[in-house]
Design a protein around this ligand. Structure first.
Ligand code: AP5
Length: 202
């Protein structure tokens, strides 16, 4: 039912601040001597897609034909666990920055369907949240990325609602806990602290 190391899957709508919070989590874990490995699921999918020469930007992944996204999703899940299994042991933590739901051109699509969960076997699924207006403002400030296909605050609110439901659905397969964590404006370290406290009780 589990990998030897603890697996924490971190989800949240694009631009909520997952990567920022996980940067703080890495600092906190290092201070406390806790061994964690943070991986970005989208980066792993992108590596395979770039090798095939089909795209070169992570925001293009969700616009690929769905069969191709499915293939990349499966490759990424396997690769992440294979690599972590060589590096991590009992008492270590694998943290995966990903999505419970992806807004694709073909419709809302699960980021953590059964074939992915069968590889990851998460101990915990953390859902990072903030108000839709705050997320829209963060997306607007983050000029290096293209996230306007997610929509304004209304589109973000809808995606958050569906993504929460998708996280609980994914948790059922391997009895993962679900933690809803708020990433307050100007205080990503608080969200990181909250995740760390929960992780240590897995
Ligand atoms: P991914 O790379 O994860 O894209 P993303 O969701 O846009 O995530 P980011 O990591 O860029 O955003 P973030 O939420 O981490 O925000 P950030 O910290 O940068 O995924 C790429 C693609 O891969 C997906 O679109 C999908 O196609 C695919 N994919 C991934 N997983 C998949 C799966 N399982 N199945 C299928 N496909 C999958 O922060 C944003 C901004 O906010 C920054 O400017 C930051 O400084 C600011 N900020 C953050 N926190 C705060 C705060 N507390 N206060 C003030 N500002 C803040």
């Amino acid at each position: 039912m589990r990998n030897p190391f603890r697996v924490v899957v971190v989800t949240g709508v694009p631009g909520v601040g997952k990567t920022t919070v996980l940067g703080k989590l890495a600092e906190l874990a290092e201070e406390k001597g806790i061994r964690i490995k943070i991986v970005n699921f989208g980066s792993s999918m992108l590596n395979y897609a770039v090798r095939e020469g089909i795209i070169n930007n992570r925001d293009e992944i969700r616009r690929l034909p769905l069969r191709k996204q499915l293939e990349l999703q499966q490759l990424a899940a396997r690769d992440i666990i294979d690599t972590a299994s060589k590096e991590l042991g009992e008492g270590d933590y694998l943290i995966i920055d990903t999505h419970a739901l992806v807004k694709t051109v073909a419709g809302y699509w699960p980021g953590l369907p059964k074939h992915v969960i069968d590889e990851l076997k998460p101990d915990m699924i953390a859902v990072i949240e903030a108000s839709p207006e705050v997320i829209a403002a963060r997306q607007a400030r983050d000029k290096g990325r293209y996230r306007s296909d997610i929509g304004g605050p209304q589109g973000i609110a809808r995606l958050m609602e569906y993504a929460r439901a998708a996280s609980f659905a994914s948790a059922v397969f391997y009895a993962s806990t679900v933690a809803i964590v708020e990433n307050r404006e100007g205080a990503p370290e608080q969200a990181a602290q909250e995740i760390l406290e929960k992780m240590l009780n897995l």
